[in-house]
Design a binder for this molecule. Structure first.
Ligand code: MG
Ligand code: MG
Length: 603
């Protein structure tokens, strides 16, 4: 289906928006009148520019406060309309959005509304223009789609139809099934937006919190299915008002927007994208490593250096099934001036299919030979620029990235450094770009088929940490996506911390071992343990052990969670976790204590 977007969705000037919309791959645009009013470009120039960009102008909007007004106001409305029809002719736009009136002058009179809309449609038709009448959720007398449709039907003019807007319909809790009673050819336009579920004034909710389909809590795909059953064959068009998107990078928001429509079409059963290939585990985490701090920390954590790349300054460190790749060939020129997480290897049963899916959903594909290994690896860039490699480690049907590492002779000293009970990488926490948090959860859901969990806001001493986990159904791949909204300068790289969580089969033993070896662990204040005792009826022996070893504790409906953190090296720290009895979370309740301890150490 054709895909369109309202210019109001994006940041920037009209020219910047049109360029980004075309570059992302949209077919058309809705020109939001304010963008035109503020632009130095004449309507003719906008028409030519959109044509150059191979975009159609699908809608001009909004025209307000038309219907059911007293006679004296009607003349003024029609005069205003004629002026706008003239602008539309210069633009080459032939569909005008009229939203239901919010004016105190509007009368509660459907017959009058129909009569006046019919008159407007007649005037429009004389210019080759059609009118799409939309019910605003906060319209004065008309605020539901079925009411708007009744008026359109009553007006009965070929140049008058209705515009459906998923936000206005779903925000009011209107059942979308009734859409199927509208003939498809009378649905002149379809605007799509999602929103997080919030209890607030609907106008404020609409103006500030709309997001792209799949990023909020409304069933936009379900609504689309009803619309498509009517035979509607116009564009799918995004109309999103969002305070954060208005500040974000124009080009990447446009790509995020188009990705949401591609995923929505799939959810409504209208395309056959390659199916998601859900990753089955972490193959490795790759860290840009300068200096000796990370090798020292990995040694203290019980990792052994097991491989050296045959041609690059890259080392493989292993413990159990946890593999960490240290790359000292990445430096300031590649955006890694300090130790940082550069890439994640994801195990997938079909790396080429994973990459094909990612490409279809507009993920930036990386050159195959950037990989740590020389074995060709399919890779894409995640929204925070972390590189995601699709791997099939040591499987006979696929070249393994591990084949490019030469086994290290493990020194007797290293061999005596017994492993610390680490079994595998449990999760990886990535800091997202400030204005692209919603993009990230849609990316991981659509591209990798991971399931987004609830979005949390956690207290940081200098602001807030927004956090949302995504995971595979069996929990073998878990990512925590974070964005720190904190006072600038409140900790070096404070807003950019990343971490790798390693699972231990016996975290108490691991913690004792780390303490004996003097590993740099994050100190947890005594007050935390006093509160823990009050909140949970823990076995006194366990409580003493937690306090003694600086372990954090959490529980959910199924099980319990013990964890601890190392000090931060560059942007990265490690977490050791033990999930007991099927605990599913990430210890979010303890994040404020952890963040305070980290800020205290870095100040
Ligand atoms: Mg709308
Ligand atoms: Mg964690």
């Amino acid at each position: 289906m054709r895909k369109s977007i309202a210019t109001v969705c994006l940041s920037g000037t009209l020219e910047e928006k049109l360029t980004a919309i075309a570059a992302a791959g949209f077919d058309g645009v809705e020109i939001f009148e304010n963008d035109l009013l503020a632009s130095p470009l004449s309507p003719e120039r906008v028409r030519d520019r959109t044509a150059e960009l191979d975009l159609t102008i699908d809608l001009f909007q909004p025209f307000r406060d038309v219907e059911a007004v007293p006679e004296d106001l009607l003349a003024r409305t029609l005069r205003r309309a004629e002026k706008k029809f003239a602008v539309m002719e210069r633009l080459g736009a032939d569909l005008m959005l009229v939203c239901s009136s919010v004016s105190p002058a509007a009368l509660d009179d459907d017959a009058l509304a129909a009569e006046q809309l019919r008159l407007l449609a007649e005037r429009a038709a004389a210019h080759g223009i059609r009118i799409a009448y939309e019910a605003l959720a906060w319209g004065r007398h008309v605020n539901t789609y079925d009411h708007a449709w009744r008026i359109v039907r009553q007006a009965d003019h070929p140049a008058l139809g209705t515009c459906l807007d998923s936000f206005h319909i779903l925000s009011r809790g209107s059942g979308p099934k009734g859409i199927e009673e509208i003939p498809g050819e009378k649905i002149f336009f379809l605007q799509l937006a999602d929103a997080p579920l919030m209890a607030m004034d609907v106008l404020q909710w609409s103006r500030h919190y709309r997001c792209f389909p799949g990023q909020g809590g409304l069933d936009v795909a379900g609504l689309l299915e009803h619309v498509l059953r009517t035979g509607y064959d116009g564009p799918l068009s995004l109309e999103v008002f969002n305070d954060v998107f208005r500040q974000g990078d124009t080009a990447r928001t446009a790509v995020d927007a188009l990705r949401s429509l591609i995923a929505l079409e799939e959810a409504a059963g209208r395309t056959d994208l390659p199916a998601p290939v859900v990753p089955t585990g972490f193959a490795f985490a790759e860290l840009a490593s300068t200096g000796l701090e990370l090798p020292a920390l990995l040694t203290e954590l019980g990792f052994a250096r097991t491989g050296r790349h045959h041609s690059k300054p890259v080392e493989l460190w292993e413990q159990g099934d946890a593999r960490i790749v240290l790359n000292s060939g990445l430096d300031a020129t590649t955006g890694h001036p300090e130790p940082a997480l550069a890439a994640i290897g994801l195990e997938t049963p079909d790396p080429a299919a994973s990459a094909g899916r990612a490409r279809a959903l507009l993920a930036p594909v990386l050159p195959r030979h950037r990989a740590v290994a020389d074995a060709p690896l399919d890779a894409v860039a995640a929204p925070d620029s972390t590189e995601l490699f699709f791997c099939r480690t040591e499987h006979p049907d696929h070249p393994s990235w591990t084949g490019d590492f030469r086994a290290c002779v493990i020194s007797p000293r290293a061999a005596s450094a017994a492993p610390a009970g680490i079994t595998h990488i449990d999760h990886v926490a990535l800091t997202q770009p400030r204005y692209h948090f919603d993009e990230a959860s849609l990316f991981y859901r659509a591209v990798l088929g991971l399931r987004p969990h609830e979005s949390l806001e956690l207290a940081d001493p200098y602001g807030l940490l927004r956090s949302r986990a995504v995971s595979g159904a069996d929990g073998s791949v878990r990512l925590a996506l974070n964005v720190a909204q904190i006072r600038p300068g409140s900790g070096p790289s404070g807003s950019l911390w990343q971490h790798i969580a390693l699972h231990s089969r016996d975290i108490v033993a691991t913690a004792r071992r780390l303490r004996e070896r003097g590993a740099p662990l994050l100190p947890i204040p005594d007050n935390y343990y006093d509160d823990l005792e009050a909140r949970h009826e823990l076995d006194p022996g366990l409580h003493r052990t937690l306090r003694e070893l600086g372990l954090l504790y959490d529980q959910d409906d199924s099980g319990t969670f013990l964890h601890l953190y190392t000090a931060t090296v560059g942007r990265v720290f490690f977490e050791i976790v033990q999930r007991i009895d099927g605990y599913q979370g990430y210890g979010a309740a303890n994040a404020p204590v952890r963040l305070a301890a980290q800020h205290a150490r870095t100040r």
